[in-house]
Design a protein. Structure first.
Length: 260
């Protein structure tokens, strides 16, 4: 290769290597500067939103490069969720850092007992007996698990937890069972078989419906609490006698044996 050709290729290579640096210097600077050009406008809108509700008066916002950081306190966990949703809808907001804390501390055992009492009677008249939920509370963080037969049941349970004083965070592990006419028919027939039995009819009078019936693709799980081992076995027998039931898992607990 002669000297001229060698010089040409060296010059071309140097130009190619220099292009990314040139592009970065000329392209990123305008982007970085434009990211924050709405900051003042965003900040004003956020302040306006926060001042519109007394429940958000304890929150202080800052805005940088389109990102809003919220700090301060609220009384309920749902207030923390609501303010994030509200701020996130403001024009030009690129993101929200929600560092808001929930005021107050409730002992975990007390909070779990309070929530259990509320959830036990949730959705009366809307298929309450076909939902089975579990609770775990640790440092104010509430995990809700279990199975429900429809989305309104899931949403209602989560709403109860989010609006209870002392709840710091919520983990939703609820399983919404698939829509199935076959399972719906089984639910009704099993409920009639169990709650219609003369020996078990006393449980039908309790609005919390202590025998919970979970049906998933023809497989049945019985949850809840009954008075005796005899009632537990009788509920299992009644559920298992319903045509087209594939299996029955009996998780019923006997009242005086709980915690043993």
């Amino acid at each position: 290769m002669n000297t001229l050709n060698r010089l040409f290729w060296i010059s071309l290579l140097a130009s190619l290597l220099a292009m990314p640096l040139w592009a970065q210097q000329h392209a990123t600077s305008p982007v970085a500067s434009s990211a924050g050009r709405y900051d003042q406008q965003i900040q004003q809108e956020v302040v306006k939103v926060l001042s519109s509700k007394d429940k958000w008066k304890g929150i202080t916002p800052t805005t940088e490069d389109g990102i809003v950081t919220l700090q301060g306190t609220v009384k309920l966990y749902v207030d923390k969720l609501d303010v994030r949703r509200k701020v996130d809808r403001i024009e030009h907001v690129e993101g929200v850092r929600n560092h808001v804390q929930v005021e107050g501390n409730v002992p975990d055992a007390e909070l779990q007992s309070k929530l259990a009492d509320k959830l036990r009677y949730d959705r009366i008249g809307f298929g309450i007996m076909f939902n089975s939920l579990g609770l775990k509370v640790e440092n104010g963080v509430v995990t809700v698990s279990g199975d429900v037969h429809d989305y309104p049941s899931r949403d209602s349970a989560i709403a109860i937890v989010e609006t209870t004083p002392g709840v710091k965070d919520v983990i939703d592990d609820i399983n919404v069972l698939p829509t199935s006419n076959f399972d719906d028919e089984l639910r009704i027939r099993i409920a009639r078989a169990i709650y219609g039995d003369p020996a078990l009819r006393k449980y039908a009078l309790d609005p919390q419906k202590p025998i919970r019936i979970v049906v998933n693709n023809g497989h049945v799980t019985l949850d809840g609490v009954v008075d005796s081992e005899l009632d537990k076995q009788l509920a299992f027998t009644r559920a298992n006698s319903v045509p087209n039931v594939f299996s029955v898992t009996n998780n019923l607990m006997v009242q005086n044996q709980q915690g043993k």
